[in-house]
Design a protein around this ligand. Structure first.
Ligand SMILES: C[S@@+](CC[C@H](N)C(=O)[O-])C[C@H]1O[C@@H](n2cnc3c(N)ncnc32)[C@H](O)[C@@H]1O
Length: 213
């Protein structure tokens, strides 16, 4: 879904950084072999994630929702040389695919994969983080926020994806639509929590930046 008119969106993309060749390969193979390739962050959002990570220069990153590793590699571009990126996904069938691409990049040794439910894994991580990217199952977004907020360093950033949920945040709410309800609740939670300051950016499906005070 385009929130900008398509021609303007094309202009934005064509005046932004190009996607690295490795991510083009990863995208091709994801479309050939993996179900729901539409879940990939994609070239423009990927460059946004890379740019934000390079601005922060994090020593530690946590990602919820690895999928085939596209956003992982974008975020890793900003890691400090001795930094680490922990990424969690519940789908064990993706682990080898992810590792193949992590090892093709220069960030392989810095990326630690965790397989299982993020709700179970986050409490076991004995780390604090400078940058956290939330892009897993929408119904748990608020639960993830409560689990990670004490693991986020002061000045650290949470990036939350899909916060406009294909525009459904403006539509009348169907009681059976758990994901839309969850995204609405999550957006309110971020806006009202006094431990963070938040800006919702209308990038792709909506990307919120929250900074811990
Ligand atoms: C939208 S995709 C992530 C896309 C990826 N960040 C990217 O930009 O290419 C969401 C991922 O969350 C994972 N996921 C869903 N529920 C999860 C859970 N409870 N714990 C961890 N991962 C989960 C799915 O397996 C899926 O790979």
């Amino acid at each position: 879904m385009y929130f900008l008119p398509e021609a303007l969106d094309d202009y934005v993309v064509s005046h932004s950084e190009q996607e690295p060749e490795l991510l083009q390969q990863l995208t091709r193979e994801t479309y050939q072999k993996i179900l729901q390739p539409i879940m990939l962050s994609g070239p423009y959002q990927g460059r946004v994630l890379s740019m934000i990570s390079k601005l922060i220069r994090p020593k530690s990153i946590l990602e919820l929702g690895t999928f085939t590793g596209y956003s992982t590699l974008c975020l890793a571009e900003g890691l400090q040389d001795d930094g680490e990126l922990h990424t969690i996904d519940i789908n064990e069938e993706l682990v080898d695919f992810q590792r193949k691409y992590f090892n093709k990049s220069t960030y392989g040794p810095q990326i630690i994969q965790h397989t299982g439910s993020a709700l179970d894994i986050i409490p076991k991580l004995n780390h604090s983080f400078d940058l956290i990217f939330i892009d897993a199952d929408k119904p748990n977004y608020s639960n993830y926020f409560h689990l990670i907020i004490d693991k986020l360093n002061a000045g650290g950033i949470i990036l939350s994806d899909n916060v406009l949920w294909h525009g459904k945040v403006l539509e009348p709410l169907d009681d059976k639509d758990k994901s839309t309800k969850a995204v609405l609740d999550y957006n309110t939670l971020l806006k009202n929590d006094t431990r963070i300051e938040t800006v919702l950016l209308p990038i792709r499906d909506g990307l919120t930046i929250s900074r811990k005070i």
